[in-house]
Design a protein around this ligand. Structure first.
Ligand code: NAD
Length: 501
């Protein structure tokens, strides 16, 4: 039977048989935190403990940085030929696919997303990312300057050194792979800190990297809290680069800590409040309505690039919203282990309380509840919230301004392209935006006028590993994915050679 055809009860059976890697990985060995402390990994599916995980802190960061520095300087990975690094990474990607069910289950049980998404999107895209950067690294040439006959000018890339990666919980495997792919392909040694809410898949991923032949100590994983072990990494004097994905608030702290310590390069992939604009000349209303639902309800709305502000041209607002509400009915939460489920559980009770708090606020501020608005599936003990839509939202309302990171859509209307752009840019975020129109001039003009890192025209969330992803404004800096991601993890060295000394 193909894995795609596993039934809910088969997934449940596999979940019961699953074992967990739950210790830190330092120098190729799984070890307890130096303090001996652990924290509970709670499944959002039912509120039950999956396992106790090593709770790393500053002393563990100290140990991991020493090992990472030592392996980097030894050249065991950093000075391997790109071709050799490629072969390890390609093998690693193959192992990820061989263990696809296990990784998908870890992801679903630990953070609540539907198993069908973990299988089809998270594991597959993560393996693709690791393979792609592995495949790319021995095909990139350095530069020779156009000098006169007496000189040679070389511009070469070198790995930055010791890289700390701090990642969130909404796409634990994928965000990790977006960092590890380019950082490791470039020859760095890495310390990964997964989110305390979803540490399990990263530990297994790292174990597979060892199996693929990554030398011990090149990739170290420290589970634990942000304000302890994460902070220790951000402040560490011997970490050369910190690659962070998470909230804008924590991103600001990371930048400060980089400045307070050794001015390490701080790359930030932060939050969003992306506008999804539907003009009256939308070429396919049905597809746009489906995209509007997908854009906010996929991954329970726990998406940095969620289309959380739907902007609809006034003349089609009623007709279009009827379609969106119809589509939204298909996007209601269910058991994440059921392959038919499209919306899973929110990551924890705190996130659920945050989302319900925003819903209350919207009601208090006079937004019109069109769908959902409540906790659901309470009998499971898990953290589920109905897919929710608010109409009559104005740019000043809280739900139009703040990142909710949950399945709550704010619907606003506009009268022309100028007003659409003004509303779209009325945010301190700038991660992504989408627009639907038949008019090629309007599409290009609007795309140019919106200050965001990704613009999707007549689709939502388009792109693949070849397209850079990252934010303008307070959505961050730098780019994940594509060859541009290598800029974060490499230094450019200029070497000038005089041929007439
Ligand atoms: P978060 O900022 O709370 O945590 C992210 C990571 O930072 C976690 O590993 C956490 O432990 C760590 N951390 C927290 N405080 C820290 C500190 N003081 N020092 C060092 N590390 C610290 O974010 P989250 O709730 O895990 O994730 C949700 C956020 O991530 C949303 O804002 C979302 O938009 C953003 N996100 C952005 C992208 C992107 O590519 N731009 C992708 C996914 C998620």
């Amino acid at each position: 039977m193909s894995t795609n055809q596993l039934t809910k009860s088969q997934w449940q059976e596999k979940a019961r048989a699953l074992s967990f890697r739950n210790q830190a990985l330092i120098d190729g060995k799984f070890v307890a935190a130096l303090s001996g402390k652990t924290f509970a990994s709670i499944s959002p599916l039912n509120g039950r403990e999956l396992t106790q995980v090593a709770e790393c802190d500053a002393p563990d960061a100290e140990a991991a940085v020493k090992i990472a520095r030592r392996t980097f300087e030894s050249g065991v990975w950093s000075r391997k030929s790109p071709r050799e690094r490629k072969m390890v990474m390609v093998r690693w990607a193959e192992l990820m696919l061989q263990h696809r069910e296990e990784l998908a289950l870890l992801e679903t049980l630990d953070m609540g997303k539907p198993i069908s998404d973990s299988m089809a999107v998270d594991v597959r895209s993560s393996a693709n990312c690791i393979r792609w950067f592995g495949e790319a690294i021995d095909k990139i040439y350095d530069e020779v300057s156009p000098t006169g006959e007496n000189d040679i000018g070389l511009t070469t890339r070198e790995p930055v050194g010791v890289v700390a990666c701090i990642v969130p919980w909404n796409f634990p495997l994928l965000m990790t792979s977006w960092k590890l792919g380019p950082a490791l392909a470039a020859g760095n040694s890495v310390i990964l800190k997964p989110s305390e809410k979803s540490p399990l898949s990263a530990l297994r991923l790292a174990e597979l990297a060892l199996e693929a032949g990554l030398p011990p100590g090149v990739l170290n994983v420290l589970p634990g809290y942000g304000h302890t072990v994460g902070k220790a990494l951000a402040l560490h004097m011997d970490v050369d680069c910190i690659a962070f994905t998470g909230s804008t608030g924590v991103g600001k702290q990371i930048m400060q800590m980089a400045g307070q310590s050794n001015l390490k390069r701080a790359w930030l992939e932060c939050g969003g409040k992306s506008p999804h604009i539907v003009f009256a000349d939308c070429p396919n209303m049905d597809a746009a309505a489906e995209a509007a639902a997908y854009g906010i309800f996929y991954n329970q709305g726990e998406m940095c690039s969620a289309g959380s502000r739907l902007l609809v041209e006034q003349s089609i607002a009623d007709e279009f919203m009827a379609r969106v509400l119809e589509k939204a009915k298909d996007w209601q939460p269910g058991d994440p282990l059921d392959p038919a489920t499209k919306v899973g559980a929110l990551v924890d009770d705190k996130q659920m309380a945050t989302v319900l708090g925003f819903i209350n606020k919207a009601n208090d501020e006079g937004c019109k509840l069109l769908l959902g608005g409540k906790q659901t599936l309470k009998e499971t003990g898990g953290y589920f919230v109905e897919s929710t839509v608010f109409g009559s939202v104005e740019p000043r309302h809280t739900i139009a301004r703040e990142e909710i990171f949950g399945p709550v859509l704010s619907v606003l209307s506009f009268k022309d392209a100028e007003e659409a752009v003004r509303i779209a840019n009325d945010t301190h975020y700038g991660l992504a935006a989408a627009l639907w129109t038949r008019d090629i001039s309007k599409a290009h003009k609007t795309a140019k006028a919106i200050r965001a890192g990704s613009i999707w025209i007549n689709c939502y969330d388009g792109g693949d590993i070849t397209t850079p992803f990252g934010g303008y404004k307070q959505s961050g800096n730098g780019r994940d994915k594509s060859l541009h991601a290598l800029d974060k993890y490499t230094e450019l060295k200029a070497t000038w050679i005089s041929l007439n000394p």
